[in-house]
Design a protein around this ligand. Structure first.
Ligand code: MG
Length: 346
């Protein structure tokens, strides 16, 4: 009898994770395992008044990055940042990382040094210790796996499932820049492949390029609202695009959300450049991803305490009843259902 073959593309990333959950052990051998899969980090309770946070990510060449336009120093930096961002998304502070790489002999020692230079700068900027890792060879392609460890006071931890009806939905920074940056780089690559004599035309587009190549984790935001004595009710970092992250909060908190397009923070340079290239800025913001900003919800009382003091935090909507679902009201006052189109690697 022939076994049924299911294509990975049928399931997508989240479908695959859900299906594999059936095969995972029950996570009840140790009392210090608080939560496992399903949030930005795993949470461990090793006693005292803090939790330990752990997160890990793989970056694969030509899936997550293209060395044709990614300087290795930026790649090293970004590989660290995407992990620190997940610690921050639990309202935590990153402390250590381990770095594992698989590389082929097409890389020179100098190239690998460039990559580690980026890792070093990220560690210095975020005061994180590199405490271990592994290096191995690869037949083709460059693979990076980083694990980050952090901490958070037990009463300060923020999960994805705490959003309540009436909470204010906020994002830090601005959205869509990283996706536009990626588009600009891949368009330039096509132009270059078609005609190697052509020089890249990227001046005046520094901001989206920086957003794509050298993102930051918003630890500053977590420290800022912590100092103001508040914490979000739910939070995650925007790695796959705002739309898919809103759906995560709605699903895990069992709520709906009403988001206003007119409130979405999009940088002027990003907005104009997107329009110039016939790319709707709203698509960059909703479905782009890789901005590594934070999507968070605050109680109206807490939001009142910080709204005037945190200019880099923008209210984009409100949490509603689950029955409403996740709705985006466009600038033309049309209400559309938010759907996730983030991730399609397979
Ligand atoms: Mg995350």
């Amino acid at each position: 009898m022939q076994q049924k073959r299911t294509e990975l593309s049928e399931l997508g990333e989240f479908g695959l994770i859900n299906r594999l959950k059936t095969y995972l052990p029950a996570q009840n051998y140790h009392a210090n395992t608080i939560t496992g899969i399903g949030d930005d980090c795993a949470v461990l309770d090793n006693g005292g008044d803090e939790y330990t946070l752990i997160t890990t990510d793989i970056l694969a060449e030509n899936i997550h990055f293209d060395l044709a336009y990614t300087p290795l120093v930026h790649l090293g930096y970004k590989a660290v940042i995407v992990n620190l961002s997940d610690i921050v998304a639990m309202n935590g502070t990153p402390q250590q990382i381990t770095v594992s790489v698989a590389l082929s002999n097409r890389f020179s020692v100098e190239a690998i040094e460039e990559f580690y230079k980026g890792i070093k700068i990220a560690c210095e900027n975020y005061k994180v210790d590199l405490v271990g890792g592994d290096t191995t060879s690869s037949k083709s392609g460059f693979f990076i796996s980083i694990t980050a460890i952090g901490k958070v006071k037990k009463d300060k931890i923020v999960y994805r499932n705490g959003a309540k009806i009436g909470d204010i939905v906020c994002v830090t920074g601005d959205l869509g820049g990283a996706f536009l940056g990626l588009k600009l780089l891949s368009w330039e690559k096509e132009v270059f492949l078609a005609n190697p004599e052509m020089q890249p035309e990227l001046t005046g587009k520094e901001y989206p390029l920086q957003r794509q190549l050298r993102p930051e984790a918003r630890l500053d935001m977590v420290l800022e609202w912590g100092n103001l004595g508040v914490k979000p009710t739910a939070m995650l970092d925007i790695s796959d695009g705002l739309a898919s992250e809103i759906l995560h909060i709605c699903e895990q908190s069992q709520v709906g959300a009403f988001i206003l397009e007119e409130n979405l923070p999009i940088d002027t340079e990003v907005f104009n450049t997107a329009v110039e290239h016939n790319l709707p800025p709203i698509t960059c913001a909703m479905n782009g991803g890789e901005d590594y900003e934070l999507l968070c919800t605050f109680s109206p009382q807490d939001f009142d305490k910080i709204r005037k003091k945190m200019p880099d935090l923008t209210a984009i909507g409100v949490i509603k009843e689950k029955e409403l679902g996740a709705i985006l009201q466009t600038n033309s006052k049309e209400q559309v259902k938010i759907t996730a189109q983030g991730w399609k690697h397979f």
